[in-house]
Design a binder for this molecule. Structure first.
Ligand code: HPA
Length: 237
């Protein structure tokens, strides 16, 4: 069954048991170049770059998810099901729904609420909330504490739509469902972990805030993401 339609590695040993997943392929490359040693690239199909290396002597992989639930749905499923990956940690950006989450704050997604049909279509899952794997969340919480990096632990919104005609709808989603921020992938990742019996978590950096209208530049974002990456990289094993 290897390679898969979207990952060209023919050998599952080329991919570590734990994979960090940013949305952006160039961020995957940046993480590999900046933080990992003994790096070997295992994917470049569609420019969805994937690398395996070591962090503090422990093995870890990093591969992009692309944007949105259909995209992360494909890559996470192939990694879990065909490459023997056990843990996927999404590391992404999000838009805050409340002034309580400030630009550059780090959020651990306890669970994700979504109006997406992904989980229902994929596996007949009926609820609109799926949680990240508690054991991974506990580990990430511990690493954040050890690194002295404050981290919110909250429900997030996984949305299929970046540009909504009704911009103000986020207020309702915050009030009704308690989502403090929006991104576009966690719900599908959490679902795929559930159906394959694997583990998933999602940590996010706030890159903009819908309530306060603050935004970051791409350069500022790069620096701020270092905090989140440091927490996630501790998952190497
Ligand atoms: N919407 C969806 N995803 C995002 C956003 C947003 O405003 N900001 C960062 N990721």
């Amino acid at each position: 069954m290897l390679p898969t339609p979207h990952i060209e590695s023919k050998n599952k040993d080329e991919i570590a048991k734990t994979v960090l997943m940013p949305g952006d392929p160039l961020r995957a490359k940046f993480i590999a170049d900046t933080f990992l040693e003994d790096v070997k690239q295992f994917n470049k199909v569609r420019n969805v770059l994937g690398y395996t290396g070591t962090y503090k002597g422990k093995r870890i992989s990093v591969m992009a998810s692309g944007m949105g639930m259909p995209s992360i749905g494909i890559y996470s499923y192939e990694l879990y099901k065909f490459y023997g990956v056990e843990n996927i940690i999404r590391i992404g950006s999000c838009g805050g729904y409340t002034p309580d989450v400030k630009l550059y704050d780090v959020i651990l997604a306890k669970d994700a609420w979504s109006e997406s049909s992904f989980a229902k279509v994929q596996g007949g899952y009926d609820s609109d909330v799926i949680e990240g794997t508690p054991a991974l969340n506990e580990q990430l919480k511990k690493y954040a504490e050890e690194l002295n990096i404050p981290m919110h632990i909250e429900r997030i919104h996984s949305s299929d739509v970046f540009y909504r005609e009704n911009f103000g709808e986020y207020k309702e989603i915050y009030d009704k469902h308690g989502c403090v921020a929006v991104e576009m992938e966690a719900f599908a990742l959490f679902h795929n972990a559930k159906v394959t019996g694997k583990k998933a978590a999602c940590i996010l950096t706030v890159s903009d805030n819908l309530a306060t209208k603050e935004e970051t530049t791409s350069e500022e974002r790069q620096n701020a993401f270092t905090n989140m990456m440091k927490i996630a990289l501790e998952m190497a094993e």
